[in-house]
Design a protein around this ligand. Structure first.
Ligand code: ADP
Length: 419
Protein backbone atom coordinates (compact mmCIF):
# COMPACT_ATOMS: atom_id res chain seq x y z
CA UNK A 1 0.00 0.00 0.00
CA UNK A 2 1.20 3.53 -0.69
CA UNK A 3 2.82 5.36 2.17
CA UNK A 4 2.70 9.07 2.76
CA UNK A 5 4.96 11.08 4.99
CA UNK A 6 3.84 14.20 6.84
CA UNK A 7 6.80 16.44 7.61
CA UNK A 8 7.34 19.41 9.88
CA UNK A 9 10.84 20.77 9.29
CA UNK A 10 12.21 23.34 11.74
CA UNK A 11 15.55 25.10 11.65
CA UNK A 12 17.26 22.41 13.73
CA UNK A 13 14.66 19.69 13.94
CA UNK A 14 12.52 17.54 11.70
CA UNK A 15 9.36 15.80 12.82
CA UNK A 16 7.69 13.19 10.67
CA UNK A 17 4.84 10.74 10.60
CA UNK A 18 4.57 7.90 8.11
CA UNK A 19 1.06 6.83 7.25
CA UNK A 20 -0.41 4.02 5.21
CA UNK A 21 -2.87 5.71 2.87
CA UNK A 22 -5.75 5.74 2.20
CA UNK A 23 -6.14 3.51 5.29
CA UNK A 24 -4.95 6.47 7.42
CA UNK A 25 -2.90 4.16 9.59
CA UNK A 26 0.19 5.58 11.31
CA UNK A 27 3.07 3.15 10.91
CA UNK A 28 5.92 5.23 12.29
CA UNK A 29 6.57 8.63 13.72
CA UNK A 30 9.64 10.37 14.90
CA UNK A 31 11.83 13.39 15.30
CA UNK A 32 15.40 14.35 14.61
CA UNK A 33 16.57 17.08 16.93
CA UNK A 34 19.76 19.15 17.09
CA UNK A 35 20.39 18.89 13.34
CA UNK A 36 23.78 20.46 12.63
CA UNK A 37 25.33 19.12 15.85
CA UNK A 38 27.61 16.18 16.65
CA UNK A 39 25.05 14.90 19.12
CA UNK A 40 21.84 15.05 17.10
CA UNK A 41 19.06 12.91 18.58
CA UNK A 42 17.03 10.56 16.40
CA UNK A 43 13.84 9.03 17.76
CA UNK A 44 11.54 6.74 15.78
CA UNK A 45 8.46 5.11 17.28
CA UNK A 46 6.80 2.29 15.43
CA UNK A 47 4.20 -0.32 15.89
CA UNK A 48 3.27 -3.88 16.50
CA UNK A 49 3.62 -5.31 13.04
CA UNK A 50 7.40 -5.08 13.00
CA UNK A 51 9.19 -8.40 13.42
CA UNK A 52 10.84 -8.70 16.85
CA UNK A 53 13.87 -10.39 15.28
CA UNK A 54 14.88 -7.06 13.88
CA UNK A 55 15.53 -5.54 17.29
CA UNK A 56 19.16 -4.51 17.58
CA UNK A 57 18.87 -4.36 21.38
CA UNK A 58 20.81 -2.10 23.69
CA UNK A 59 24.25 -1.55 22.25
CA UNK A 60 27.34 0.07 23.66
CA UNK A 61 26.93 3.19 21.66
CA UNK A 62 23.95 5.49 21.77
CA UNK A 63 21.86 3.47 19.39
CA UNK A 64 19.18 1.37 21.03
CA UNK A 65 15.61 0.16 20.81
CA UNK A 66 13.19 -0.08 23.71
CA UNK A 67 9.86 -1.86 23.85
CA UNK A 68 6.66 -0.37 25.21
CA UNK A 69 5.18 -1.98 28.33
CA UNK A 70 2.69 -4.00 26.32
CA UNK A 71 5.52 -5.14 24.05
CA UNK A 72 3.72 -3.86 20.97
CA UNK A 73 5.27 -0.48 20.37
CA UNK A 74 8.97 0.07 19.80
CA UNK A 75 11.16 3.11 20.13
CA UNK A 76 14.44 3.51 18.29
CA UNK A 77 16.81 6.13 19.68
CA UNK A 78 20.24 7.23 18.60
CA UNK A 79 22.61 10.10 19.27
CA UNK A 80 24.82 10.74 16.29
CA UNK A 81 26.43 13.51 14.25
CA UNK A 82 24.05 14.96 11.63
CA UNK A 83 25.30 17.86 9.53
CA UNK A 84 22.20 19.09 7.78
CA UNK A 85 18.57 18.37 6.87
CA UNK A 86 19.48 16.23 3.88
CA UNK A 87 21.68 14.03 6.02
CA UNK A 88 18.94 13.87 8.66
CA UNK A 89 16.36 12.74 6.12
CA UNK A 90 18.73 10.26 4.53
CA UNK A 91 19.51 8.80 7.96
CA UNK A 92 15.84 8.59 8.84
CA UNK A 93 14.85 6.89 5.56
CA UNK A 94 17.73 4.46 5.91
CA UNK A 95 16.67 3.65 9.47
CA UNK A 96 13.05 3.13 8.42
CA UNK A 97 14.41 0.56 5.97
CA UNK A 98 16.78 -1.10 8.48
CA UNK A 99 13.98 -1.37 11.01
CA UNK A 100 11.77 -3.05 8.44
CA UNK A 101 9.19 -0.27 8.45
CA UNK A 102 9.64 0.22 4.72
CA UNK A 103 11.29 -2.15 2.26
CA UNK A 104 12.32 0.49 -0.17
CA UNK A 105 12.39 4.33 -0.23
CA UNK A 106 10.08 4.20 -3.24
CA UNK A 107 7.21 2.91 -1.11
CA UNK A 108 6.83 6.51 0.03
CA UNK A 109 4.79 7.95 -2.80
CA UNK A 110 3.87 11.29 -1.26
CA UNK A 111 5.41 13.78 1.15
CA UNK A 112 3.35 16.58 2.66
CA UNK A 113 5.21 19.48 4.21
CA UNK A 114 3.90 21.84 6.82
CA UNK A 115 4.68 25.40 5.71
CA UNK A 116 4.07 28.19 8.20
CA UNK A 117 3.43 31.21 5.99
CA UNK A 118 1.43 31.00 2.77
CA UNK A 119 0.51 34.69 2.56
CA UNK A 120 -2.28 35.51 0.14
CA UNK A 121 -0.80 33.24 -2.51
CA UNK A 122 -2.05 29.98 -1.04
CA UNK A 123 -5.61 29.37 0.06
CA UNK A 124 -5.26 25.60 -0.10
CA UNK A 125 -2.56 22.92 -0.18
CA UNK A 126 -0.62 22.60 -3.44
CA UNK A 127 1.76 20.32 -5.28
CA UNK A 128 5.23 21.85 -4.94
CA UNK A 129 6.61 23.23 -8.20
CA UNK A 130 9.63 25.49 -8.71
CA UNK A 131 7.26 28.44 -8.67
CA UNK A 132 5.67 27.32 -5.39
CA UNK A 133 9.10 26.89 -3.81
CA UNK A 134 10.15 30.35 -4.96
CA UNK A 135 7.02 31.80 -3.34
CA UNK A 136 7.67 29.93 -0.09
CA UNK A 137 11.17 31.45 -0.12
CA UNK A 138 9.75 34.92 -0.69
CA UNK A 139 7.25 34.49 2.14
CA UNK A 140 10.18 34.13 4.57
CA UNK A 141 9.62 37.83 5.33
CA UNK A 142 6.43 36.81 7.12
CA UNK A 143 7.91 33.82 8.97
CA UNK A 144 11.69 34.30 9.09
CA UNK A 145 12.29 31.45 11.53
CA UNK A 146 10.04 28.93 9.82
CA UNK A 147 9.63 29.27 6.05
CA UNK A 148 13.35 28.90 5.21
CA UNK A 149 13.47 25.70 7.30
CA UNK A 150 10.26 24.42 5.68
CA UNK A 151 11.73 25.11 2.23
CA UNK A 152 14.96 23.37 3.20
CA UNK A 153 12.94 20.28 4.20
CA UNK A 154 11.07 20.30 0.88
CA UNK A 155 14.28 20.56 -1.16
CA UNK A 156 16.02 17.81 0.82
CA UNK A 157 13.10 15.40 0.37
CA UNK A 158 12.85 16.22 -3.33
CA UNK A 159 16.50 15.22 -3.76
CA UNK A 160 16.15 11.96 -1.82
CA UNK A 161 12.67 10.96 -3.03
CA UNK A 162 12.45 12.52 -6.50
CA UNK A 163 9.48 10.36 -7.53
CA UNK A 164 7.29 11.09 -4.51
CA UNK A 165 4.61 13.75 -4.87
CA UNK A 166 5.71 16.79 -2.90
CA UNK A 167 2.89 18.83 -1.33
CA UNK A 168 2.94 22.04 0.70
CA UNK A 169 0.29 22.47 3.40
CA UNK A 170 0.12 25.98 4.81
CA UNK A 171 -0.76 26.99 8.39
CA UNK A 172 -2.38 30.12 7.04
CA UNK A 173 -4.40 28.88 4.06
CA UNK A 174 -7.55 27.91 6.00
CA UNK A 175 -7.87 31.52 7.18
CA UNK A 176 -7.79 32.99 3.67
CA UNK A 177 -11.60 32.98 3.73
CA UNK A 178 -11.67 35.77 6.35
CA UNK A 179 -13.51 38.84 5.08
CA UNK A 180 -11.59 42.11 4.81
CA UNK A 181 -13.23 43.61 7.89
CA UNK A 182 -11.56 40.83 9.87
CA UNK A 183 -8.20 40.51 8.17
CA UNK A 184 -7.41 44.21 7.75
CA UNK A 185 -5.85 46.29 10.52
CA UNK A 186 -7.20 49.82 10.76
CA UNK A 187 -3.88 51.22 9.53
CA UNK A 188 -3.24 53.28 6.39
CA UNK A 189 -4.52 51.01 3.60
CA UNK A 190 -1.35 51.40 1.56
CA UNK A 191 0.59 49.24 4.07
CA UNK A 192 -1.68 46.38 3.13
CA UNK A 193 -1.22 46.82 -0.60
CA UNK A 194 2.49 47.61 -0.32
CA UNK A 195 3.62 45.11 2.31
CA UNK A 196 0.79 42.64 2.77
CA UNK A 197 0.29 44.04 6.29
CA UNK A 198 -2.81 42.10 7.38
CA UNK A 199 -3.97 39.25 9.56
CA UNK A 200 -3.01 35.79 8.26
CA UNK A 201 -3.63 33.66 11.35
CA UNK A 202 -2.03 30.28 12.02
CA UNK A 203 -2.75 26.71 13.19
CA UNK A 204 -5.07 26.51 10.18
CA UNK A 205 -4.49 22.79 9.61
CA UNK A 206 -5.45 22.06 13.21
CA UNK A 207 -8.58 24.26 13.16
CA UNK A 208 -9.62 22.70 9.84
CA UNK A 209 -9.15 19.17 11.19
CA UNK A 210 -11.02 19.60 14.48
CA UNK A 211 -13.84 21.46 12.75
CA UNK A 212 -14.40 18.61 10.31
CA UNK A 213 -14.27 16.05 13.14
CA UNK A 214 -16.69 18.16 15.19
CA UNK A 215 -19.22 18.09 12.36
CA UNK A 216 -18.82 14.31 12.10
CA UNK A 217 -19.25 13.82 15.85
CA UNK A 218 -22.30 16.08 15.91
CA UNK A 219 -23.72 14.30 12.88
CA UNK A 220 -24.20 17.61 11.08
CA UNK A 221 -23.05 19.13 7.84
CA UNK A 222 -20.00 21.33 8.58
CA UNK A 223 -21.44 23.98 6.27
CA UNK A 224 -24.49 24.33 8.53
CA UNK A 225 -22.53 24.92 11.74
CA UNK A 226 -21.17 27.84 13.72
CA UNK A 227 -18.08 26.59 15.54
CA UNK A 228 -15.44 28.13 17.77
CA UNK A 229 -12.26 26.06 17.83
CA UNK A 230 -9.81 26.59 20.68
CA UNK A 231 -6.30 25.40 19.83
CA UNK A 232 -4.69 25.80 23.25
CA UNK A 233 -1.11 24.58 23.23
CA UNK A 234 2.16 26.38 23.96
CA UNK A 235 1.03 28.48 21.01
CA UNK A 236 -2.70 29.18 21.24
CA UNK A 237 -5.26 30.46 18.79
CA UNK A 238 -9.02 30.63 18.56
CA UNK A 239 -11.02 30.52 15.35
CA UNK A 240 -14.60 31.33 14.46
CA UNK A 241 -15.77 28.92 11.76
CA UNK A 242 -19.00 29.63 9.95
CA UNK A 243 -20.35 27.59 7.01
CA UNK A 244 -17.16 25.51 7.21
CA UNK A 245 -14.96 28.55 6.61
CA UNK A 246 -12.67 30.53 8.86
CA UNK A 247 -14.46 33.80 9.58
CA UNK A 248 -11.99 35.19 12.09
CA UNK A 249 -9.01 34.03 14.08
CA UNK A 250 -7.07 35.36 17.04
CA UNK A 251 -3.52 35.22 15.67
CA UNK A 252 -2.60 38.09 13.41
CA UNK A 253 0.12 39.11 10.99
CA UNK A 254 2.24 36.72 13.03
CA UNK A 255 1.47 34.15 15.75
CA UNK A 256 2.24 36.77 18.41
CA UNK A 257 -1.28 38.20 18.42
CA UNK A 258 -4.42 37.00 20.15
CA UNK A 259 -4.68 35.26 23.51
CA UNK A 260 -1.85 35.12 26.07
CA UNK A 261 0.23 31.99 25.39
CA UNK A 262 3.03 30.00 27.05
CA UNK A 263 5.64 32.66 26.31
CA UNK A 264 3.89 35.00 23.83
CA UNK A 265 2.11 38.08 25.09
CA UNK A 266 -0.88 37.94 22.77
CA UNK A 267 -2.54 41.31 22.03
CA UNK A 268 -0.72 44.35 23.44
CA UNK A 269 -1.25 48.08 22.84
CA UNK A 270 1.45 48.83 20.22
CA UNK A 271 2.35 52.16 21.85
CA UNK A 272 3.25 50.35 25.07
CA UNK A 273 5.85 48.37 23.16
CA UNK A 274 7.69 51.57 22.22
CA UNK A 275 7.29 52.99 25.72
CA UNK A 276 8.97 49.95 27.31
CA UNK A 277 11.56 49.63 24.57
CA UNK A 278 12.71 53.21 25.05
CA UNK A 279 12.95 52.99 28.82
CA UNK A 280 14.73 49.63 28.80
CA UNK A 281 17.01 50.62 25.90
CA UNK A 282 16.04 47.54 23.91
CA UNK A 283 16.66 46.92 20.22
CA UNK A 284 13.73 45.90 18.01
CA UNK A 285 14.97 42.35 18.02
CA UNK A 286 15.32 42.26 21.81
CA UNK A 287 11.83 43.67 22.27
CA UNK A 288 10.33 41.17 19.84
CA UNK A 289 12.15 38.41 21.69
CA UNK A 290 10.59 39.55 24.98
CA UNK A 291 7.11 39.59 23.44
CA UNK A 292 7.58 36.15 21.88
CA UNK A 293 9.73 34.28 24.40
CA UNK A 294 9.52 35.98 27.80
CA UNK A 295 5.88 36.99 28.08
CA UNK A 296 2.56 35.17 28.43
CA UNK A 297 2.27 32.58 31.20
CA UNK A 298 6.03 32.75 31.79
CA UNK A 299 6.14 36.54 31.96
CA UNK A 300 3.27 36.91 34.42
CA UNK A 301 3.99 33.87 36.59
CA UNK A 302 7.77 34.43 36.57
CA UNK A 303 8.13 30.70 37.24
CA UNK A 304 7.06 28.64 34.22
CA UNK A 305 5.57 28.68 30.76
CA UNK A 306 4.00 25.28 31.34
CA UNK A 307 0.36 25.35 32.38
CA UNK A 308 0.86 22.16 34.43
CA UNK A 309 3.45 23.84 36.67
CA UNK A 310 1.14 26.79 37.26
CA UNK A 311 -1.90 24.66 38.05
CA UNK A 312 0.20 22.74 40.59
CA UNK A 313 0.93 25.84 42.64
CA UNK A 314 -2.04 28.06 41.86
CA UNK A 315 -3.31 27.99 45.46
CA UNK A 316 -0.04 29.09 46.98
CA UNK A 317 1.66 31.17 44.31
CA UNK A 318 -0.04 34.45 43.55
CA UNK A 319 1.72 34.95 40.24
CA UNK A 320 0.88 31.48 38.98
CA UNK A 321 -2.73 32.16 39.91
CA UNK A 322 -2.64 35.52 38.10
CA UNK A 323 -1.17 33.95 34.94
CA UNK A 324 -3.92 31.33 34.84
CA UNK A 325 -6.62 33.96 35.34
CA UNK A 326 -5.18 36.08 32.53
CA UNK A 327 -5.03 33.07 30.19
CA UNK A 328 -8.65 32.13 30.92
CA UNK A 329 -9.80 35.75 30.65
CA UNK A 330 -8.27 36.22 27.18
CA UNK A 331 -9.74 32.97 25.88
CA UNK A 332 -13.19 33.84 27.25
CA UNK A 333 -13.03 37.31 25.66
CA UNK A 334 -12.18 35.91 22.24
CA UNK A 335 -14.95 33.33 22.43
CA UNK A 336 -17.38 36.11 23.38
CA UNK A 337 -16.27 38.19 20.40
CA UNK A 338 -16.76 35.28 18.05
CA UNK A 339 -20.20 34.41 19.38
CA UNK A 340 -21.12 38.03 18.65
CA UNK A 341 -19.50 37.98 15.20
CA UNK A 342 -21.25 34.79 14.14
CA UNK A 343 -24.55 35.68 15.81
CA UNK A 344 -24.40 32.55 17.98
CA UNK A 345 -22.50 29.29 18.16
CA UNK A 346 -23.41 25.60 17.95
CA UNK A 347 -20.29 24.09 19.52
CA UNK A 348 -16.95 25.02 20.99
CA UNK A 349 -14.06 22.64 20.46
CA UNK A 350 -10.99 22.19 22.67
CA UNK A 351 -7.72 20.91 21.23
CA UNK A 352 -3.87 20.93 21.54
CA UNK A 353 -1.74 20.36 24.67
CA UNK A 354 -3.76 22.37 27.20
CA UNK A 355 -7.15 21.95 25.49
CA UNK A 356 -6.78 18.17 25.22
CA UNK A 357 -5.24 17.49 28.61
CA UNK A 358 -6.28 20.06 31.17
CA UNK A 359 -9.52 19.17 32.93
CA UNK A 360 -9.41 22.30 35.17
CA UNK A 361 -8.64 24.75 32.33
CA UNK A 362 -11.59 23.46 30.26
CA UNK A 363 -13.79 23.78 33.33
CA UNK A 364 -12.64 27.32 34.11
CA UNK A 365 -13.33 28.40 30.53
CA UNK A 366 -16.74 26.75 30.15
CA UNK A 367 -17.92 27.95 33.55
CA UNK A 368 -17.47 31.49 32.28
CA UNK A 369 -19.39 30.78 29.10
CA UNK A 370 -22.61 29.45 30.69
CA UNK A 371 -24.38 32.64 29.69
CA UNK A 372 -24.72 31.61 26.05
CA UNK A 373 -25.95 28.14 26.85
CA UNK A 374 -22.97 25.85 27.21
CA UNK A 375 -23.01 23.61 30.28
CA UNK A 376 -20.15 21.36 31.34
CA UNK A 377 -20.69 17.74 32.34
CA UNK A 378 -17.92 17.43 34.93
CA UNK A 379 -17.80 13.67 34.73
CA UNK A 380 -17.46 13.63 30.95
CA UNK A 381 -14.86 16.39 31.21
CA UNK A 382 -12.71 14.21 33.44
CA UNK A 383 -10.78 12.83 30.49
CA UNK A 384 -7.57 13.51 28.56
CA UNK A 385 -6.72 13.27 24.90
CA UNK A 386 -9.90 11.50 23.74
CA UNK A 387 -12.64 12.51 21.33
CA UNK A 388 -15.63 13.20 23.54
CA UNK A 389 -18.53 15.55 24.07
CA UNK A 390 -17.97 17.23 27.43
CA UNK A 391 -21.18 19.25 27.67
CA UNK A 392 -24.35 18.03 29.39
CA UNK A 393 -27.06 16.37 27.30
CA UNK A 394 -29.32 19.41 27.73
CA UNK A 395 -26.56 21.89 26.88
CA UNK A 396 -27.86 24.21 24.16
CA UNK A 397 -24.34 24.78 22.87
CA UNK A 398 -22.13 21.69 22.71
CA UNK A 399 -18.56 21.52 24.03
CA UNK A 400 -16.25 18.95 22.47
CA UNK A 401 -12.76 17.68 23.14
CA UNK A 402 -11.06 16.66 19.90
CA UNK A 403 -7.35 15.81 19.84
CA UNK A 404 -5.83 17.57 16.87
CA UNK A 405 -4.14 15.63 14.09
CA UNK A 406 -2.31 17.93 11.72
CA UNK A 407 -0.28 15.05 10.28
CA UNK A 408 -3.40 13.20 9.19
CA UNK A 409 -4.78 16.37 7.60
CA UNK A 410 -1.47 16.81 5.72
CA UNK A 411 -1.54 13.16 4.54
CA UNK A 412 -5.15 13.57 3.40
CA UNK A 413 -4.20 16.67 1.41
CA UNK A 414 -1.40 14.72 -0.27
CA UNK A 415 -3.87 11.93 -1.11
CA UNK A 416 -6.37 14.32 -2.57
CA UNK A 417 -3.71 15.93 -4.77
CA UNK A 418 -2.48 12.57 -6.06
CA UNK A 419 -5.55 12.00 -8.18
P1 ADP B 1 2.85 23.33 20.78
O1 ADP B 1 2.51 22.35 19.68
O2 ADP B 1 2.28 24.68 20.58
O3 ADP B 1 4.28 23.32 21.20
P2 ADP B 1 1.27 21.57 22.45
O4 ADP B 1 -0.03 21.56 21.77
O5 ADP B 1 2.11 20.34 22.38
O6 ADP B 1 2.10 22.83 22.09
O7 ADP B 1 1.01 21.92 23.97
C1 ADP B 1 2.06 22.01 24.89
C2 ADP B 1 1.52 22.63 26.16
O8 ADP B 1 0.47 21.82 26.68
C3 ADP B 1 2.57 22.70 27.26
O9 ADP B 1 3.09 24.01 27.31
C4 ADP B 1 1.81 22.38 28.52
O10 ADP B 1 1.68 23.54 29.28
C5 ADP B 1 0.42 21.99 28.07
N1 ADP B 1 -0.05 20.77 28.70
C6 ADP B 1 0.20 19.50 28.37
N2 ADP B 1 -0.42 18.65 29.22
C7 ADP B 1 -1.10 19.41 30.10
C8 ADP B 1 -1.92 19.15 31.24
N3 ADP B 1 -2.19 17.93 31.63
N4 ADP B 1 -2.44 20.20 31.89
C9 ADP B 1 -2.18 21.45 31.51
N5 ADP B 1 -1.40 21.77 30.47
C10 ADP B 1 -0.87 20.77 29.76
Amino acid sequence: MAKTMAVNAGSSSLKFQLLEMPAEQVIAQGVIERIGMDDAIVTIKYGAEINAERLVGHSEDDEHITLSKDGKGKKYENVTAIKNHQQAINFMLQKLTDLGIIKDFNEITGVGHRVVAGGEWFNHSVVVTDEVLAKIDRLADYAPLHNPANAMGIRAFQKLLPDALSVAVFDTSFHQTMPDENFLYALPYEYYTRYGARKYGAHGTSHRYVASRAAELLGKDLKSLKLITLHLGAGASITAIKDGKSLDTSMGFSPLAGVAMATRSGDVDASLVYYIQEREGLTNEEMLNILNKKSGLLGISTISSDMRDLLDVQDTNEHANMAIRIFINRVVKYVGQYVAEMGGVDAIVFTAGIGENSVPVRKMIIDKLNYFGVKLDEEKNNVRGKEVEISTNDSKVKALLIPTNEELMIARDVESLKA
